[in-house]
Design a binder for this molecule. Structure first.
Ligand SMILES: Nc1ncnc2c1ncn2[C@@H]1O[C@H](COP(=O)(O)OP(=O)(O)OP(=O)(O)O)[C@@H](O)[C@H]1O
Ligand SMILES: [Mg+2]
Length: 416
């Protein structure tokens, strides 16, 4: 018999090259994918909206295609927001334990959370997620669950993930113009972690590298909590543009060659094999070596990863060589042997990201992980944070309703 205790939740990932939609049915621990779509994105460049009308057209097309595949109509979406827009701040606060005998209760933990939600950091920003990192008591550091411990004070450390109001507003308005309500806006690294990082990963350091068309984003996780994001505005489009420039061919032709012959392990490629290409004006046909195409691809892939590494060092983002697992996603993860280059660059163990065991039956390609993650993110936790709390929210502005929302969201964090 059909289960009526379900909800339909939609995840939308507006990528530089492709807009992906996942329509899910969620209920009683069951996840079912009802519909999918993948549409060429127009109107975005390097994560910035360059043509609002074209972007609206793209979104409408993508949603219509997903609606057709699921056979239902969509009214609202959870949207993944580009890693480049997302910032992480590390915050700490301390509260006096209220219980006379120093017994720490949920109230103390909630109070800390409320205090941290009022922290003044960047102006004109909204919180997307608040991640408790650890607590410390008078005598013990590094506590994950302080309830039931004895201390005069409790200190909490949090990572706050936020984005500029203006950016969120732009995307919200764009979606509203497509007759869609926005249920939730989720940072892509947060979304990906829900789909990829299993409980097992908690014991090891993990990174996710999302190498898309317009950007490459490295997210670092400890205990499955997002710690850092390093983003550079270069991805697969840069590789294609290099091929285009090197051989004087069109972007479309360069893209096809990249996808068909791309391999970054040069000793696997014959030095004699050629492929015919036509010049941009279509008048001349010439032959080029596949080896040369792969050399161009490898050089750019290496450069992108080197830049990510350099920026990570500059941002003092660290992870332990040889101990950290790197999960690779994004379209460029399809480049043959790309994990070898990641391994060499970061001295880590890199593999193509796999969906968590519990969702394996969905048989979903990794290109949909970002959109799927927004669906889980909503389901699992922060709906109630609801971004009402901007980072510069002053204490005087808190009303009871807002407070209750924060408190209830906190409970959900700790149930998780
Ligand atoms: N088999 C393949 N070999 C090489 N590159 C590929 C392959 N498949 C896809 N790509 C590249 O992946 C990129 C698209 O990936 P993806 O869909 O993750 O990007 P996006 O989400 O649209 O962009 P971004 O996340 O940067 O905004 C394109 O540059 C495309 O050429
Ligand atoms: Mg992407």
């Amino acid at each position: 018999m059909a289960n009526k205790n379900y909800s339909i939740v939609v995840g939308l990932d507006i990528g530089t090259a492709l807009t992906k939609v996942v329509i899910c049915k969620l209920g009683d621990g069951i996840v079912e994918v009802l519909g999918l779509s993948e549409t060429k994105t127009e109107g975005i460049s390097c994560g910035n909206i360059t043509n609002l009308f074209k972007l609206e057209e793209t979104i409408s097309k993508a949603i219509n295609a997903a609606e057709d595949s699921a056979g239902i109509n969509i009214k609202s979406v959870n949207v993944a927001i580009f890693g480049n827009y997302v910032k992480i701040g590390k915050y700490q606060c301390t509260t006096k334990v209220t219980n006379y005998n120093g017994l720490i209760t949920k109230n103390d933990v909630n109070k800390l959370y409320r205090d941290i939600s009022n922290v003044t950091t960047q102006p004109n920003c909204k919180i997307l997620n608040i991640v408790p990192v650890r607590y410390s008591t008078d005598s013990i550091q590094n506590v994950s669950d302080p309830e039931g411990m004895i201390s005069s004070h409790l200190t909490g450390e949090y990572n706050i993930i936020y984005a500029q109001n203006s950016v969120l507003k732009q995307f919200t308005e764009c979606l509203n113009n497509c007759d869609l309500d926005v249920e939730n806006i989720v940072a892509i690294p947060d979304a990906l972690s829900k789909v990829i990082l299993s409980e097992k990963n908690k014991e090891i350091e993990s990174c996710i590298i999302d190498m898309g068309a317009g950007a490459t984003v490295l997210s670092v996780f400890k205990n499955n909590a997002l710690q850092n994001i390093v983003s550079i505005p270069l991805g697969g489009n840069a590789i294609t543009n290099d091929i285009k420039a090197a051989f004087g061919i069109s972007f479309e032709q360069a893209e096809r060659l990249k996808i068909k012959f791309g391999n970054v392990l040069l000793n696997e490629i014959s030095q004699d094999e050629t492929v015919n290409v036509s010049s941009v004006n279509g008048n001349d046909v010439s032959s080029i070596y596949k080896y040369d195409i792969c050399q161009v691809i490898k050089a750019r892939v290496q450069e992108i990863l080197d830049l990510v590494k350099k920026k990570a060092l500059k941002q003092k983002v660290s992870f332990t060589p040889n101990r950290c697992n790197v999960h690779l996603v994004g379209g460029c993860a399809n480049i043959k042997n790309i994990c070898n280059v990641v391994n060499e660059t970061f001295s880590c163990h890199c593999f193509i990201a796999r969906i968590k065991d519990e969702y394996e039956n969905l048989e979903l390609d990794h290109k949909f992980f970002q959109s799927l993650g927004t669906v889980f993110f909503k389901n699992v936790e922060t709906e109630s944070i609801k971004k009402e709390v901007s980072l510069n929210f002053s204490k005087s502005k808190i009303n009871e309703g807002g407070l209750n929302k924060i408190l209830s969201s906190l409970k959900r964090f700790f149930v998780d």
